[in-house]
Design a protein around this ligand. Structure first.
Ligand code: BG6
Length: 466
């Protein structure tokens, strides 16, 4: 097991917090275009982190945190398809990184958290293999610019969600619905891009480590017969394994590939030379974003349906998933479990089980996101977000138990240090330890959870040093 500094931090994503969407020669992202064109709540200003980052980082440091996970906006850094660099974009992230270091905070950088440049979306986005090579070039620019100052790099954040939401449920751009063949091709291109970036990282002899961040939905069922076991395996492949296993082991799960072939999907785009790149360039660590488990059962019949909670501001959670010939979500069971107002089940033990199950890959692990979205009135005297404190406390308890039991878990990041824009749900779905008063110059107001997290870190810090 690795001996490494334990990271206690919090996490954001560029589009969700920076604002400044058209400042300093930033190019348009696919999210800018999609939300503007459809007149939906957008991240034009968001938390205005672009102008408040010093205050935000100071608050993290004063809140006892020693790491900040943030993403870099590709369209802020690379101006066009030709790959020309925007020096103002580089300067912004350079300052942000320096500010972290000055405050004793490890910058934990994600290269891609969903804001694809629109100039690449116009060329087919992740359906186009050229985008994988453009991603490699973009990452090389970042590695070169920030080498020596950033020790922790992640290629992607949650390939599953941006692909499945873009090509299955259709609630994220480019809004294609149930296009399974497209999903498969995007997954392939993204995992190739991940490996290409890792290859560059190693060839350029960049200091530090490179990993990937995956969403992890711990899969359970309430029965254990053969049909249920198969449904669990199918759901695990669908939700988790194609990201985590492929990144750690260097090959897509073979039973999943066989199943796709049997179902008649065209996998002829998969080339031996790409599969070799994927095989030869695996991650140094894996980040797991854990929010919620999934209770599944065998497929009962009917067409594929995928409904998720991010359907817009007033959507109050009507989740449903049937994947034809694979599995179904056990809606009845899920409804009985504690959940947030968007229907997301709360189950801290799932975090422990996620760590336990992923330990078979023998790479260091981090919980790179975990947190609770709430409707909150921030205009009161003191923001008493007790439910969030309870949520984080229980999840941290499971994480510490996993550490105690010998699993190679090395950090925990709350989503999020301050309120930000929640994809499609807008800014009213708040996750922050610090409130952002979006109507009042994005003023920052620490919530009870901010102080609680500071004390929790302090207590556990001492324990972790032992
Ligand atoms: C993760 C993403 O899936 O969950 C974040 O990495 C996201 O970008 C977070 O904001 C919370 O989800 P949501 O949909 O409630 O904002």
């Amino acid at each position: 097991m690795s001996e490494r500094k334990f990271l206690w931090g919090s996490a954001t994503a560029s589009y969700q917090c920076e604002g400044a969407w058209n400042v300093d020669e930033k190019a348009e992202s696919m999210w800018d275009k999609y939300l503007h064109e459809n007149n939906l709540e957008n991240g034009d200003v968001a938390s205005d982190h672009y102008h408040h980052y010093k205050e935000d980082i100071r608050l993290m440091a004063e809140g006892g945190q020693n790491a900040y996970r943030f993403s870099i906006s590709w369209p802020r850094v690379i101006k066009n398809k030709e790959g020309d660099i925007n020096p103002k974009g580089i300067a912004f992230y350079s300052d942000l990184i320096d500010e972290c270091l000055k405050n004793g905070i490890e910058p934990y950088v994600t290269c891609y958290h969903w804001d694809l440049p629109q100039y690449w979306q116009d060329e087919g986005g992740w359906l186009n293999k050229d985008v994988a090579y453009a991603f490699k070039h973009y990452c090389e620019v970042l590695f070169k610019a920030f080498n020596g100052r950033v020790r922790y790099w992640s290629t992607f954040n949650e390939p599953k969600w941006f692909i499945f939401s873009g090509y299955m449920s259709g609630n994220y751009p480019p809004c294609h619905v149930n296009q399974v063949q497209e999903v498969i091709e995007c997954c392939y291109h993204v995992m190739l891009a991940n490996a290409l970036a890792i290859q560059s990282f190693k060839e350029m002899k960049i200091e530090g480590e490179i990993g990937m961040v995956a969403s992890y939905q711990t899969i359970y069922a309430d029965k254990d017969d053969e049909a249920y076991q198969q449904a669990i395996r199918n759901a695990d492949n669908y939700c988790n394994n194609w990201q985590v296993e492929t990144a750690c082991v260097g090959a897509f799960p073979s039973d999943m590939v066989e199943k796709l072939k049997k179902q008649g999907y065209d996998l002829s785009f998969a080339k031996a030379e790409d599969l070799k790149v994927i095989h030869d360039h695996t991650v140094d660590f894996i980040g797991l974003n854990y929010y919620s488990p999934q209770y599944v059962m065998p497929y009962q019949g009917g067409e594929t349906v995928v409904k998720v909670n991010n359907q817009g501001k007033n959507y109050k959670g009507n989740l449903h998933t049937v994947v034809k010939d694979w599995f179904e979500i056990n809606d009845e069971l899920m409804k009985q479990l504690p959940h947030n107002p968007w229907g997301m089940v709360i189950y801290p033990q799932g975090l422990y089980d996620a760590i336990k199950r992923c330990s078979k890959y023998h790479v260091p692990m981090y919980i790179t996101e975990n947190g609770l979205g709430m409707y909150e009135d921030i205009h009161q005297n003191g923001i008493h977000d007790t439910e969030r404190i309870d949520y984080i406390r229980e999840h941290v308890r499971c994480l510490l138990k996993a550490k105690e039991d010998g699993y190679d878990i090395n950090g925990y990041f709350v989503w999020s240090p301050f309120d930000l824009y929640s994809w499609k749900n807008g800014c009213e779905k708040r996750y922050g330890l610090v409130a952002v008063d979006f109507e009042n110059d994005c003023k920052r107001i620490p919530k009870d959870s901010y102080y609680w997290y500071r004390d929790e870190i302090k207590n556990n810090w001492e324990d972790l040093k032992k």
